[in-house]
Write a protein that binds this ligand. Structure first.
Ligand SMILES: Cc1cc2nc3c(=O)[nH]c(=O)nc-3n(C[C@H](O)[C@H](O)[C@H](O)COP(=O)(O)OP(=O)(O)OC[C@H]3O[C@@H](n4cnc5c(N)ncnc54)[C@H](O)[C@@H]3O)c2cc1C
Length: 390
């Protein structure tokens, strides 16, 4: 098998890259370890920056997102038993949109299938040889070893993928932080309560209430790192959410059947090397941010815009400038977004051994974001996302 761009992974990064390349007339093949159903059912991101929405629309996969996405005009944050409303719209009217990652992934898979373009499901990439000159991707599908020859390899295989490890000395280019807690997440069949959403800074631990649609919600509890999801009954989760979200309004979350539960470990990392020869890593393969900032998918969109443009310029005009500056260009957004996400995580969670002094410092930051013009501007601009360099 041969193609121009071999893409490892059918998450948002790989699918968006394939879509943009297709619009530019550049062929690609996506190789995905998991099944189509598994990828469609994976529940993750939901808050999409205006720049990412515009990118999906510009590349022909944003129609449903525009119709069904829920605009996000304000964010609620609770601390000390009081609710504070944060404006989330900037002076140009830009705002965030809530639309499930599984929905955007579905829209991109359907667009690719409608165009008759290949995604190899249940195909696990093992390694890539001759990365510097003529890459050959080795993968296993149905127990059979197969290869794909290509001019460029896009490593869009997430945090646990193989491609990052193919960059020489990558360990010395990785910056990692493990947080001392996890998030227990639930997907629920319940209507969002407009007066009970956003974040709760509680001494019991942080909590998040968010919606995916008018009938589906996604809520999280900060829990100890090694928490067993089965140790929490459905009632215990709802009760704990209510305790952490308690405020002077007295309202509670709308309860409903819990459709799924999971626990994810919180970490942040980024690499300052994202290319080796003709291999480029993007999205979660190159960086992870704690989900409190809701930035992972949005950062991936930024990388993919740059990677698609770098390949386009090289293929159509032999211009290797952006290819050579791929990591430096991506890192402009990555560094500041990781910084913001870490700051938010440090301010919202309760850390082991946290003192009253630490809590007072967190509340000072929260008060500044909520109640000063400069603080609110910083909060809104960081939430809406940095401009794209390309
Ligand atoms: C609980 C949670 C909440 C989140 N909320 C938000 C949010 O609100 N907003 C936001 O912007 N982001 C959020 N994120 C982050 C977001 O989900 C990720 O940043 C995004 O999925 C990254 O996309 P990706 O395509 O780079 O990687 P992934 O989605 O991880 O996709 C990688 C793909 O590569 C495949 N793969 C791996 N190894 C191989 C291999 N060897 N061969 C072939 N295929 C392989 C995997 O199966 C997978 O399909 C959240 C994440 C979590 C965990």
């Amino acid at each position: 098998m041969k193609t121009r761009v071999g893409i490892v992974g059918a998450g948002p990064s790989g699918l968006l890259l394939a879509q943009i390349l297709h619009n530019e007339g550049i062929p690609s093949v996506i190789i995905e370890h998991r099944s189509r159903d598994y990828v469609l059912e994976r529940i993750r991101a939901g808050v999409i920056e205006p720049g990412a929405v515009a990118t999906f629309v510009e590349h022909g996969v944003g129609d449903r997102l525009l119709c069904e996405g829920l605009p996000h005009q304000e964010m609620q944050l609770r601390w000390n038993g009081q609710m504070h409303r944060f404006n989330q719209v900037d002076e140009d009217g830009r705002q965030l949109t809530t639309y499930g990652q599984s929905a955007i992934v579905r829209d991109m898979i359907e667009a690719r299938e409608a165009a008759g373009l290949p995604i190899l499901w249940n195909a696990k990439v093992d390694t890539v040889e001759d990365i510097e000159h003529a890459p050959r991707i080795h993968f296993t599908r149905d127990g059979q070893a197969q290869t794909l020859d290509c001019d460029y390899v896009a490593g869009c295989d997430g945090f646990w993928g193989v491609t990052r490890g193919l960059i020489p000395d990558i360990d010395t280019h990785m910056f990692l932080k493990e947080y001392p807690f996890s998030w227990l997440g639930i997907l629920t069949q319940s209507a969002p309560n407009p007066d009970k959403r956003g974040y709760a800074h509680s001494l019991r631990g942080m909590a998040v209430a968010s919606s995916r649609s008018n009938t589906i919600c996604r809520h999280y509890l900060q829990v100890p790192p090694e928490t067993d999801v089965n140790a929490w009954s459905d009632d215990a989760i709802w009760d704990e959410l209510d305790l952490r979200f308690a405020d002077e309004g007295g309202e509670t979350l709308n309860r409903g059947p819990i459709l799924s539960k999971d626990v994810v470990r919180l970490r942040a990392f980024f690499c300052d090397r994202m290319r080796h020869g003709r291999l480029f890593i993007a999205g979660d393969a190159a960086h992870i941010v704690p989900p409190s900032g809701a930035k992972g998918l949005n950062l991936a969109v930024g990388d993919i815009r740059i990677l698609a443009e770098a390949i386009r310029r090289h293929v159509t005009a032999g211009d290797s400038g952006l290819i050579e500056n791929y990591d430096a260009t991506c890192l402009q957004r990555i560094r500041s977004t990781v910084h913001w996400s870490n700051r938010l995580a440090q301010t919202l969670h309760i850390f082991p051994g946290q003192t009253d002094f630490d809590t007072q410092m967190q509340m000072t930051t929260l008060n500044k974001w909520a109640h000063t013009e400069a603080g609110n501007r910083e909060f809104v601009q960081s939430a809406l996302g940095e401009p794209y360099p390309v």
